[in-house]
Design a protein around this ligand. Structure first.
Ligand SMILES: C[S@@+](CC[C@H](N)C(=O)[O-])C[C@H]1O[C@@H](n2cnc3c(N)ncnc32)[C@H](O)[C@@H]1O
Length: 244
């Protein structure tokens, strides 16, 4: 893998920046990240049982500019996986197409519980696999229906499970490559990148989520350092991150 040379990329490398991802990505060079894995606000005015809400979940002003910047910073012939809210598929699709992304797959994440019940019991999440250019096919493609265990949502109202994100990172990147999550929340993607030996850049607007995510990444780093210390028996090193 190419060494990460650029100064502005190095400034954000293996950190979660606090701020608006549009502004942060504007400071990053074009064609500088190997994979984008992100879970933006679904535009549904989400509120959980405890009254927790998501910033920018009520307006789509950020959507087109954010997708334009995401496309610009992604390297040519690479992919992005972006979660989205099914009820706002038109807005997301328009933003991805405007930015230049080509949809090359769609992933359904099956949950063991339903998060809401109306006309149906809603028990899946979804994401598009989006290409910039013509990425090579993975040697062993993942199934496009994946399990999504309950994360517990302790750190964030819509926290994604690290083990599921880690599978995507392993499939679409090589060790030491750079993963971007521009809507980082509690840092689940960044934790998955660290645990799989990839570099990461996270961006989170909300100051409290940013604080929680940064502390989480410190904890993961500490645990990994202890795990890989010479006094730790190597047979205890697990390849699939379970909890982070
Ligand atoms: C759906 S949540 C991501 C949750 C994350 N996947 C996790 O596991 O914790 C989306 C996040 O994007 C953040 N956000 C909203 N607008 C943003 C922006 N313009 N720049 C950066 N972060 C933003 C919200 O504060 C929220 O934490």
């Amino acid at each position: 893998m190419q060494a990460i040379q650029n100064k502005s990329t190095r400034q954000f490398l293996n950190t979660i920046a606090q701020g608006d991802c549009i502004e942060v990505m504007r400071q990053m060079p074009a064609n500088s990240v190997d994979f984008i894995l992100t879970d933006p606000p679904y535009l549904v005015n989400y509120r959980d049982r405890d009254g927790r809400t998501i910033q920018n979940d009520t307006n789509a002003d950020w959507l087109k500019p954010a997708m334009k910047e995401a496309y610009r910073v992604l390297k040519q012939n690479r992919v992005a996986v972006m979660f989205y809210g099914w009820s706002k598929v038109d807005a997301f699709f328009a933003a991805w197409k405007d930015a230049g992304f080509q949809p090359v797959g769609h992933i359904v994440f099956r949950k063991s519980y339903s998060s809401k019940s109306r006309f149906l019991r809603y028990a899946h999440e979804q994401a598009f696999l989006l290409a910039k250019g013509r990425p090579p096919l993975p040697k062993q493609p993942l199934m496009d229906v994946m399990e999504m265990p309950y994360s517990g949502n302790k750190l964030h109202p819509t926290q994604k499970p690290v083990a599921t994100l880690a599978q995507l990172i392993r499939s679409f990147t090589l060790p030491n490559e750079l993963v971007l999550d521009c809507f980082a929340g509690s840092g689940s993607t960044c934790a998955a990148a660290m645990l799989t030996g990839r570099n990461y850049i996270g961006v989170e607007l909300d100051a409290e989520h940013h604080r929680v995510a940064s502390l989480r990444l410190e904890r993961v780093k500490g645990r990994m350092a202890r795990r890989f210390s010479p006094s730790f028996p190597t047979e205890c090193i697990v390849s699939a991150p379970q909890r982070a």
